[in-house]
Design a protein around this ligand. Structure first.
Ligand code: ADP
Length: 590
């Protein structure tokens, strides 16, 4: 008995002794469980409906969504939060494509995720015979994933899952695609042989220790800085060595800027935090130390007006990915390795007699921070109705300070930019947002993952436009009775709600929505709590109530129609032309 038995032999055995057999469904579940996967984010359908049922029967948490994109975003967020691959499961072709956006998002953000999609039979797909949902999914996934594999035989499931887990986690994390043809799931094999074929990945997150000469070089460059700055990115939040990073930042004594999802790694209220003096520190610093942050578009590639004189800065960078170095600017001291190993080695090399940066620099940064915080404070206390961003987000800032374990999910244009700068985060990995691509629609998937993975209360601050990309998932929030409070910053449109049709026709402007829409009533339709508020005091009361009850809640927060800027803080990325400016007088006003 064993591997030489045909499927017919096994079918005969199934008649008399089914308990001695296993199948593709169960091997896949066993392989995932063996590698620590406890939760699957999925949308059921052919050929994976039973896979979800069996996984649930085998004790896994299977969260069913309404659309694969959001199941995928949940898996991506789970990967960031847990440092383990988040798993999303979809049906073939259209479901796979829906999930693919999230896989690409995970890869772009360097988060571990595995997208498992059912697929049609290779023999039919490859001859393009027109199968049900025919698509060469493996080929399509490849450019969007860190790795992509197809499993054709039940005996290889252990291998396929092990390869996926290791690829997702090792080195720079990323998204992995696992193609699972329907027929594989039904394949039967001997249970003992099946068990033996599974692989528990050993050390999927191996240490990557920097070379001593690289550490010495970094210490040398850092020690010569007169006006140093640290930029902490979400790679450092992902690395989960929070105390070490804090120790390093405090020992060096440099001002630091957290990138949006690194907020809270050190509390935003920390005396070295320079967020409120961002322009000053980017422009004036002479040495920038990047910890798990890329010099990509989010940092204007380390050049341009915001960065001051070209070539006046030296850069030191910690990253696990060697090819990240010099991708935008010359890196004078690359530290290639994992953040824990690099931070530990640096601290050791620095020793106890480290000279902190000149008071002239740190004092100037602190003074600027204080002045800007004081200037902003009264704006955050206004009680205008309808609300503006400052008054409404000022309330949420207070509530997050009072409840620092709440996970803040945030997306939109103005709702994102304003919340990112106004709402302080006090603990690591308590902020999930649109990530490296600036995707709209991550909100509900991220909120659901945050609630499932952490068990904490979630507050999702959503632009009304961003919410539209994922709003149907409030049914999922209600179905699983998750402690998610969603605040829709409703200004009746994309960017703002007062746009006009420049052609003068009857159709609404391309950027406006139905006026005074009641998103709270959508929530009530699914049995959740719906609230409608138009002033900061009412918003405070509604969010407090939601936090106290832990019930799924949606608060429709009415923001003034004219509040908000075109494209938030990144309007400069919109192309413009002199022709258009001359043709449409309205264009000048934006
Ligand atoms: P942000 O958008 O916050 O600036 P990025 O996503 O641009 O952050 O950068 C994160 C970086 O962190 C990536 O270049 C990635 O390779 C790196 N990274 C991720 N995990 C680790 C780790 N454990 N150790 C070192 N670098 C890491």
């Amino acid at each position: 008995m064993g591997l030489d038995e045909t499927q017919d032999d096994l079918a005969a055995r199934a008649e008399t002794a089914p308990e001695t057999l296993t199948d593709g469904f169960h091997l896949l579940i066993d392989a995932l469980k063996l590698n620590g996967v406890e939760t699957i984010y999925n949308v059921p359908g052919i050929p994976i409906t039973d896979l979800g049922r069996y996984a649930q029967a085998q004790g896994m948490r299977v969260i069913s969504f309404r659309h694969e994109q959001h199941a995928g975003y949940a898996a991506a967020a789970a990967g960031f939060l847990t440092k383990k691959p988040g798993v999303c499961m979809t049906v073939s072709a259209p479901g796979f494509l829906n999930g693919l956006t999230a896989l690409a998002h995970a890869t772009t953000n360097c988060w571990p995720m595995i997208l498992i999609s059912g697929s049609s039979e290779r023999e039919v797909v490859d001859l393009q015979r027109g199968d049900y949902e025919e698509m060469d999914q493996l080929a399509i996934a490849r450019p969007h994933a860190k790795a992509a594999y197809r499993i054709l035989e039940a005996k290889d499931i252990g291998l396929g899952v092990a390869r996926a887990v290791r690829a997702a986690l090792t080195g720079r994390p990323g998204g992995v695609y696992l193609d699972v043809p329907g027929a594989l799931l039904g394949q039967v094999m001997d249970a003992v042989e099946g068990q033996k074929s599974l692989i528990e990945v050993v050390d999927p997150n191996p240490k990557s220790v920097p070379a001593p000469e690289a550490v010495a070089r970094a210490v040398d460059v850092l020690s010569k800085a007169e006006k140093p700055l640290i930029i902490i990115g979400k790679g450092a939040a992902y690395a989960q060595c929070d105390d070490l990073v804090r120790n390093l930042v405090e020992t060096l004594g440099f001002p630091y800027l957290p990138m949006s999802m690194a907020k809270g790694l050190l509390p935003d209220t920390h005396p070295q935090c320079a967020s409120a003096a961002r322009s000053l520190v980017l422009k004036e610093s002479d040495c920038v130390f990047l910890i798990g942050a890329r010099l990509n578009w989010l940092l204007s590639h380390g050049e341009g007006k915001a960065w001051g004189e070209k070539g006046a800065k030296s850069f030191v960078q910690i990253d696990i990915e060697p090819t990240e170095m010099d991708s935008n600017q010359k890196i004078s001291a690359p530290l290639i390795g994992d953040i824990e190993s690099c931070a530990g080695a640096l601290l050791e090399a620095i020793g106890s007699d480290w000279k902190k940066p000149p008071e002239e620099w740190t004092g100037a940064v602190s003074a600027k921070v204080q002045a800007n915080v004081e200037r902003m404070a009264p704006k955050l206390r206004n009680n205008n109705s309808p609300m503006d961003y400052q008054g409404s987000l000022g309330v949420l800032k207070d509530l997050i300070a009072e409840n620092p374990d709440v996970v803040l999910v945030n997306e939109g244009a103005n709702a994102l930019d304003q919340a990112r700068s106004i709402i302080d985060i006090h603990k690591p990995r308590k902020r999930l947002d649109v990530g490296t691509w600036g995707i709209m629609g991550i909100g509900m998937g991220s909120a659901i993952a945050a609630a499932i993975e952490t068990g904490n209360q979630v507050l999702a601050v959503e632009g009304d436009s961003a919410f539209g990309f994922c709003g149907m998932e409030i049914e999922t929030v209600c179905r699983y009775n998750l402690p998610v409070c969603i605040v829709i910053m409703n200004n009746n449109g994309i960017y703002r709600g007062d746009g006009e049709n420049w052609g003068g026709g009857d159709d609404p402007s391309t950027t406006v929505f139905v006026k005074d829409a009641r998103y709270d009533l959508m929530m009530q339709a699914f049995g959740g709590e719906g609230r409608h508020v138009d002033n900061p005091d009412a918003l405070r009361a509604a969010v407090k109530e939601a936090f106290a009850s832990g019930k799924p809640t949606l608060i429709n927060a009415v923001i003034a129609e004219g509040a908000g800027r075109e494209s938030g803080n990144i309007g400069n990325l919109n192309p413009s032309s002199v022709v258009a400016q001359a043709r449409y007088p309205q264009a000048k006003k934006i």
